[in-house]
Design a protein around this ligand. Structure first.
Ligand code: UDP
Ligand code: MG
Length: 333
């Protein structure tokens, strides 16, 4: 059986050699299967690409594609899955946070026909800033309440899938991808394995607070339209309250026969500001969905490949194995 290992890499010059060593060891320990390693260089600014060229020349099972700029991890995952040819495909980070040593067990579980996916879940968030863990938990609670698709707290992108699952994931060709949700959406029988959080072996996490916030919004909007409904419901509640308030004053005036306008500057202003705020929030929510529709309609490719590193041909040099997708090449195609 051919097993593809897909690794998105962005500025991973210091982690890649460690990962490669670990992969060699693990793959060597499972001689029953063939492996292909697919690295996706997501427009790294450090020496990642040089290291990948080296890896390809040293390891016949390795290949890479290199993007023309940083397109983000989701695009890198999509590219890697598109490139993969294996009957089983594993997705893993370059920084050893997804321990390659778990692979043999994952493969063993899939050998048993009962499952289509082996996914992994961190049971602790050790080594992560407290505030990040707090927001992450709140996010998962919120999204699971709003969306029909189950998005598992602590689920990593580290998973091994059958070909059929990969094809289903690739069928979802949306531009704004939220893999955690996409994996949940395609379904299939999933076996979860749990492990303690491992800190990255080298380099730094690419997630800033702002990036995580954007990712969370992306996740919510990609997998539920409940915020739109909330805006509508809030609109109904507020206007209902305003109507009751009006009735109250009307009835009071009829009973007391006092029709003079009361001095209510402060309350009027408060209500106006409140309503103004509500309208802006509702417009903002609407805008988020419309903006995404706009991006989807443009139908741009998810990534642009600048260079590929293929398996070296037996007599060839490394340079021969590297084919750059220059505009001329594409014309020939
Ligand atoms: N990554 C990527 N493109 C990006 C950001 C990250 O391909 O724009 C890769 C990164 O090289 C790593 C994986 O995605 O292999 C996870 O990134 P990171 O370790 O920063 O995330 P964390 O593990 O902290 O969630
Ligand atoms: Mg990591």
């Amino acid at each position: 059986m051919l097993i593809s290992l897909v690794v998105p890499c962005y500025n991973e010059e210091s982690s890649l050699p460690v990962l490669c060593g670990a992969l060699s060891e693990v793959c060597g320990s499972i001689p029953a299967h063939q492996f292909e390693w697919i690295f996706v260089d997501d427009g790294s600014k450090d020496k990642t690409l040089d290291i990948l060229r080296q890896i390809v020349s040293d390891h016949p099972e390795a290949r890479y594609v290199s993007f023309s700029r940083n397109f983000g991890k989701e695009a890198a995952i999509f590219a890697g899955l598109t490139e993969s040819r294996g009957d089983l495909v594993a997705l893993m980070d370059a920084d050893m946070q997804d321990p390659p040593s778990l692979l043999p067990e994952m493969i063993r579980i899939l050998a048993d026909e009962n499952f289509d996916v082996v996914a992994s879940r961190r049971v602790s968030r050790k080594g992560e800033p407290k505030i990040r863990s707090l927001f992450a938990r709140a996010f998962y609670r919120l999204i699971n309440r709003m969306s029909d698709v189950e998005i598992v707290d602590g689920a990593r992108d580290f998973r091994l899938m059958r070909r059929q699952v990969v094809d289903a994931v690739l069928e979802l060709s949306e531009r704004q991808r939220f893999s955690k949700g996409i994996f949940g959406w395609v379904g299939f029988r999933t076996h979860w394995i749990e492990y303690q959080n491992v800190e990255r072996v080298a380099g730094e996490t690419k997630w800033s607070f702002w990036k995580l916030f954007k990712y969370a919004i992306e996740g919510i909007i990609a997998f539920t339209t409940v915020p739109l409904r909330l805006a509508t419901i809030t609109g109904f509640v507020v206007s209902g309250a305003a109507f009751l308030y009006m009735l109250y004053y009307l009835i009071k005036a009829i009973i007391t026969q006092v029709w003079s306008i009361e001095p209510g500057y402060a309350s009027t202003l408060t209500i106006m500001l409140f309503l103004g705020g509500m309208i802006l929030i509702a417009l903002g929510i609407l805008g988020e969905y419309i903006a995404r529709t706009y991006m989807e309609v443009k139908n741009r490719p998810l990534f642009v490949i600048r260079e590929r590193g293929e398996k070296p041909v037996s007599s060839g040099t490394r340079r021969k194995s590297v084919r750059s997708a220059s505009p001329d090449d594409r014309k020939k195609d």
